[in-house]
Structures are given as structure tokens and as C-alpha cells.
Design a binder for this molecule. Structure first.
Ligand code: GDP
Length: 474
């Protein structure tokens, strides 16, 4: 009898091992978006939701997340991150900023970082459910600046083509005030002489100042090379000390000047040592990808900036075109099988406007936004908010009658309550008339004040979780 019991136990153990081996135990979720898209706030809030779900009745506060709705979610905990050479996502620091009195938004993403969670759950069906009461999904969340993806076209351009594109007449870059200063510094160099490292570093500093003005003061998005403003670990290295040259400084084939040769070499080194390795080292390992898009912020900035954001988004989207003939075929094989684009911060607008924001995102991503879909990667779009900073309500307007409003603590007025109708979000790409008539007032709200034990309210993070990881928790 004892023998039989032992044999049965062994068989059970074996079956469990098979169950473990044949079930997905690990998922790598990458989160990106251009600066200010809301990556840091998003990851912090998402992690908080998962860590606290077991204490949040009903359904862990995440009713659209099936594992929670079906009561199979047991608990989530933090685990040591797998890669020792990637910075840790600063969850505790971000959380203490959000929980400060008064609460503050955490520091934005400037480098790649990661965090690992273990999610314990009860399997629902299949081999695993027959042999184990509890299974664990190890979820790595990787945060990286979307600006790094804007460098992708550099793989297909040589230095001269790249310079010509960037310095095309009437581009946002050439219309930026410090452009003249940058050009003056280049033309002061003698292109027939070998440029010193110091001279190249000085001009590249002036190019960085130009990009800073373009992005931080003028509100544009497209800035290349992507690492110049967000250098990560490359801060101060000669790999970043290059810049585009105006067309008159390019000489004929086989007759390039020492200046052109030197810059060409640095450009090639950047592409070879920075752009390609990023895709090879990190990108190839991602299973799922989320791209956050601050559509409302771009609308607020005005027409040229909005159009620049559309171009930036399109450039960024190229990284996910996994089809034949794409650059993936030449370099390596991606395994991302779900891609989600999400309009972030939709708590800034009224509930009725959130559908419009989603339609606008889809219009922005057109015509190719679902192209990855045809190559075995599912693509979806959503409208979400990581941290709901507002309440919805109705207010009487003398001209319009009853209007929907949002109300929250202002970010730039010391936290006083602001109540407003923020404006109508267009459903499709806005035309010229629209920009002339429409006024937006999507205000930046401060994080809400609430008791420490209470997780932040959100909009559709459970729906998002279901899409990105729900199938791994069955
Ligand atoms: P990152 O640069 O992509 O890491 O962006 P952050 O997460 O730092 O967010 C940039 C700013 O957007 C924050 O400082 C907030 O002002 C705002 N923000 C981020 N998430 C939300 C949100 O869910 N709701 C609202 N109303 N504002 C947000």
C-alpha cells in the first residue's frame, strides 16, 4: 500500500513537472512612449494595483481583469530583477512622491529600467489546473524612452542622407531660434582640416541645446539622434558627439573633407554601437509591448506640434512592422505577439470625450497601425488613465446650458481645485478650420490626495492588463 502511495506521489510529481514545463511561466512586458507620455506614472500605478489587488474587494479593484473577476488571483509580490546590468525601476521612490503630502508626480523616464513581479494565481483549465492549486507568472516590466525608437530610420540612411533630411528647409528644427547659432559654429570650422575632438564636442553641445529648445521650449517631439536628449549610460561619450552637416559642406563622392569623414565615422559608430545593439540586446526579448501616447498634450500644444507628434508616432511605429522585407528580417527575429497603443491621461477629459480620444489615436496611427497584425502580432488600441486625478460632474454654462466638466487639484496653482470643460477632442485628424476655431484646455492636474492604504483610482487599467497578460493567467 505504502509503495502504491509512493508510486502515485511520484507520478503526480512528474505530471506537475510537465505542467510547469509546458505552461508559460514568464512574460516580458515592455512599456514605451515619448517623453511625458506617462510611462513612470503608469508603471507605478500598475504595480501598485497588482500588489494590492488581494486586499481590494470586489475583484481586486480590477473587474475587467479575468483572473481577478473569477476570483483566481491569489497575490502579487516583487521579486529580484533578472538582469543585473539594467537599472531598477524606481518604484519605491515614485510611490513615495505620489504618497507625499502634498502628493507629487514622480520623475520621468530617462533610461531603460526594469522591475519583476511574481503573480500567484489559481489555474483555470488545462493540464496545469489538474495538478497544481497555485501557479506563478513572473512578469518583467521594462520601461524605456520611445525617443530611442526614433533612431530606427538611421539604419537605412547614410550620414549625408540623414543630414539632408534633418536640415530640410522649413523643418521645425531649422525654424528653432538657436538654429542660426548652431550653423554659425559649424561654418566657423575649416572643413579641410582634421577637426579636434573638442571642436566636435562643442558643436555637438550646441546641437543638443538646439534639440532641447525644439523639444522642451517649443513642444516638438522628433529629435535625432534619440540619445542626445536621453543619453542613458552614454552621457558624455564621443559616440554622441556628432551632428548633421548642411548640404553645402558635403563634397562629391570619394572626395569627402576631413570634417565630413570624421562625422560620417561617428554616425556609423552610433548606428552600429547604439541603435542596432538596442534592438538586439533588449527588443528581441520582449513578449508584449505597450506604447503610451499623450494625444491630449499634443493637441494642447498646437497644430505644428501635433503634426510633429503624428510623424514621431509613425516613425516609432516602424519598429513594430514585423513583416517580410522589414529590417527585422535582416537583423534578428522579434517575438512580440501583442502590441497595444494607449492614449494616456484620459482622466483630463470628460467621459463622453474618451471615445473621441481613442478614435483620434487610431486616426493618428493610420494607415499602417495594424500592419503588425498580419504578421502574427495582435494590435489593439485603448484609452486609459494610470492615476485618475479628476472627478466628473455637470455644470451650468450661461450659453450652453448643462455641460460635463472635470474637476481636480491644479498642478500649477498650488493644488487648488479647478473645474472646467476642457474642450472637445476631435474624432479624426483635425483640419485647418478646426485649429482656427477650437480651443483646448487640457489642464495638468496634480496627483489626488487620498489615504495611504487606498490605491489610486484608474481608468481601464484592468482592461489593459487583460489584453496584455490575461491569456497567461488562465
Ligand atoms: P514619462 O516621461 O513617460 O515617464 O511620463 P511621466 O510618467 O513622468 O508623466 C509625465 C506627466 O504626465 C506627469 O508628471 C503628470 O503631470 C502627467 N501624468 C502622468 N500620468 C497621468 C495620469 O494618469 N493622469 C493625469 N491627469 N496626468 C498624468
Amino acid at each position: 500500500m505504502a509503495d502504491l502511495k509512493q508510486r502515485w506521489h511520484q507520478l503526480e510529481q512528474k505530471a506537475k513537472d510537465i505542467g510547469y514545463r509546458t505552461t508559460d511561466r514568464h512574460l516580458r512586458l515592455a512599456v514605451t512612449g515619448l517623453s511625458g507620455a506617462g510611462k513612470t506614472a503608469f508603471i507605478t500605478s500598475l504595480v501598485e494595483k497588482l500588489l494590492s489587488a488581494q486586499q481590494q474587494p470586489p475583484y481586486g479593484g480590477l473587474p475587467l481583469f479575468t483572473v481577478c473577476r473569477e476570483g483566481r488571483f491569489i497575490a502579487a509580490r516583487r521579486e529580484r530583477q533578472p538582469d543585473l546590468n539594467i537599472a531598477s525601476f524606481g518604484y519605491d521612490t515614485a510611490m513615495s512622491a505620489l504618497r507625499d503630502n502634498p502628493p507629487r508626480w514622480p520623475q520621468s523616464t530617462t533610461n531603460i529600467s526594469e522591475l519583476r513581479l511574481a503573480i500567484d494565481y489559481r489555474p483555470k483549465a488545462g493540464v496545469l489546473a489538474n495538478f497544481v492549486d497555485k501557479a506563478t507568472l513572473h512578469l518583467d516590466i521594462v520601461d524605456y524612452p520611445g525617443e530611442w525608437l526614433l533612431d530606427l530610420p538611421m539604419l537605412d540612411l547614410d550620414y549625408q542622407q540623414w543630414s539632408t533630411q534633418l536640415l530640410a528647409a522649413n523643418s521645425p528644427l531649422t525654424n528653432t531660434p538657436s538654429y542660426a547659432d548652431f550653423i554659425a559654429k559649424i561654418t566657423a570650422l575649416d572643413p579641410t582640416q582634421e577637426p579636434s575632438d573638442e571642436a566636435l564636442a562643442t558643436i555637438s553641445d550646441s546641437y543638443r541645446a538646439l534639440l532641447e529648445q525644439l523639444v522642451h521650449q517649443q513642444g516638438f517631439y522628433l529629435a535625432q539622434p534619440g540619445r542626445l536628449l536621453l543619453p542613458g549610460d552614454l552621457q558624455g561619450t564621443p559616440l554622441l558627439a556628432f551632428f548633421p552637416l548642411p548640404s553645402q559642406l558635403f563634397t562629391g563622392q570619394g572626395d569627402s573633407s576631413p570634417l565630413q569623414r570624421q562625422l560620417q565615422q561617428r554616425y556609423d559608430a552610433y548606428v552600429k554601437q547604439v541603435v542596432k545593439p538596442f534592438y538586439q540586446r533588449y527588443f528581441e526579448e520582449f513578449d508584449r509591448q505597450l506604447v503610451l501616447v499623450d494625444v491630449l498634450g499634443a493637441l494642447n500644444r498646437g497644430r505644428p506640434q501635433f503634426e510633429d507628434m503624428a510623424n514621431a508616432l509613425n516613425a516609432l511605429n516602424q519598429s513594430f512592422r514585423f513583416g517580410k522585407g522589414g529590417f527585422w528580417q535582416r537583423l534578428f527575429s522579434p517575438k512580440i505577439d501583442r502590441l497595444l497603443f494607449a492614449v494616456s491621461k484620459v482622466d483630463q477629459i470628460t467621459r463622453e470625450q474618451q471615445g473621441n480620444a481613442l478614435s483620434l489615436l487610431k486616426a493618428l496611427l493610420n494607415p499602417g497601425w495594424q500592419r503588425a497584425d498580419q504578421q502574427g502580432c495582435a494590435v489593439e488600441a485603448m484609452a486609459v488613465s494610470a492615476i485618475k486625478t479628476t472627478r466628473y460632474g455637470m455644470a451650468k454654462d450661461r450659453g450652453l446650458g448643462e455641460v460635463s466638466v472635470v474637476s481636480g487639484r491644479g498642478l500649477d496653482n498650488g493644488g487648488d481645485t479647478i473645474t472646467l470643460f476642457p474642450g472637445e477632442v476631435p474624432q479624426a485628424l483635425p483640419n485647418k478650420d478646426f485649429w482656427q476655431q477650437q480651443g483646448f484646455e487640457f489642464v495638468n492636474f496634480a496627483p489626488p490626495l487620498q489615504p495611504p492604504e487606498q490605491p489610486f483610482e484608474h481608468i481601464r487599467l484592468d482592461h489593459l492588463l487583460e489584453y496584455l497578460i490575461g491569456d497567461k493567467l488562465l
